[in-house]
Design a protein around this ligand. Structure first.
Ligand code: PRP
Ligand code: ZN
Length: 293
């Protein structure tokens, strides 16, 4: 029977949310001793736990069909491979937010990307950094490092760095200041739909449909409220991302109705206050656990 392989980060910022997402899709794994390969128990999807930087190459080499990795890492590998072979971003995910930024030592004369012409920039993302600096008309000397990029200026091997910033604590700890963000990134699900063998397409589509259900459910809320009949239009218009609400009679109150709707976009206190101002009452907001369109 045909199976799919999904690669996720073994340990790091993306590993826990990546695993949680797949588990929310109903996947269960038997964890093997070496911990690199987890067999999918109820659904024919297996897991590979690897270094995040290896995931795009594994996808390109056909070692796995799907992978969850930062957009920055995927772009870097695509540039490295001359942009010839592409990975498809199948879904952007709501975790792993970070940015590739330029940073310089506190007190440096360099204040923007434009000041970096001819200077040394240390980075683990040489392709992306070169491309994004070139787009700004800047030709810098790229110093490629595989890790600990933040210590390069202190060691005198670079004038600036181009590195991932999430909370900014790594920069602060190394007395570096961010001068310009080059690339905003989040985690995403990547694959190569065109390369997928025919016997795996149905499984692939099924997994993506479950994933969409999870992603939509995370934002969606089930809303119940009472509304005056004559304010129904205004109230429905205030519900973010709701289609076709259900209306029910209220026993003994002919002027008001009960309205139930699924809101597919984030619902904030401001929305509830606006609903109340429009005449709604008894407003209840419930989480949605699963959704299948
Ligand atoms: C990045 C980057 C910094 C750190 C920044 O590494 O290289 O070291 O995160 O995060 P902060 O702003 O929250 O301090 P990452 O965790 O991606 O590790 P990796 O490069 O080994 O994957
Ligand atoms: Zn990494």
């Amino acid at each position: 029977m045909s199976r799919l392989r999904v690669a996720i980060q073994k340990s790091g910022r993306l590993s826990e949310p990546s695993l949680a997402l797949l588990q929310n899709c109903g996947l269960r794994f038997s964890r093997s001793k070496d911990k690199l390969f987890w067999y999918g128990k109820d659904f024919p999807v297996d897991l590979l736990l690897v270094r995040d930087d290896d995931i795009p190459r594994m996808l390109l080499d056909g070692v796995c069909e799907l992978g969850i990795v930062g957009q920055n890492v995927a772009r870097e590998v695509m540039i490295e491979r001359n942009g010839g072979e592409g990975l498809d971003q199948l879904r952007a995910l709501d975790f792993g937010q970070c940015r590739l930024s330029l940073a310089v030592p506190e007190g440096s004369a360099v204040q923007s990307a434009a000041d970096l012409g001819g200077r040394r920039v240390a980075t683990s993302y040489p392709g992306l950094t070169r491309e994004l600096l070139a787009a700004r008309g800047v030709q810098a000397q790229i110093v490629e490092l595989s890790g600990s990029v933040e210590i390069a200026p202190g060691l005198g091997t670079a004038d600036a760095i181009s590195d991932l910033v999430s909370t900014g604590s790594t920069l602060r700890a190394n007395h570096l200041v961010e001068i310009e963000a080059l690339f905003e990134s989040t985690a995403a699900l990547f694959g190569r739909a065109a390369e997928l063998p025919a016997d795996r397409r149905e499984l692939f589509a099924r997994l993506l449909s479950r994933l969409d259900g999870v992603l939509q459910a995370a934002e969606s809320k089930y809303v119940m409220l009472h509304a005056p009949r004559d304010a129904l239009g205004a109230i429905t218009a205030l519900l973010p991302g709701a289609e076709h609400p259900t209306l029910m009679e209220l026993e003994g109150d002919p002027d008001r109705v009960a309205l139930h709707a699924v809101c597919r976009e984030a619902l904030f206190w401001e929305h509830l206050e606006a609903l109340k101002a429009a005449g709604a009452s008894a407003i209840l907001v419930l989480p949605v656990e699963k959704m299948l369109a």
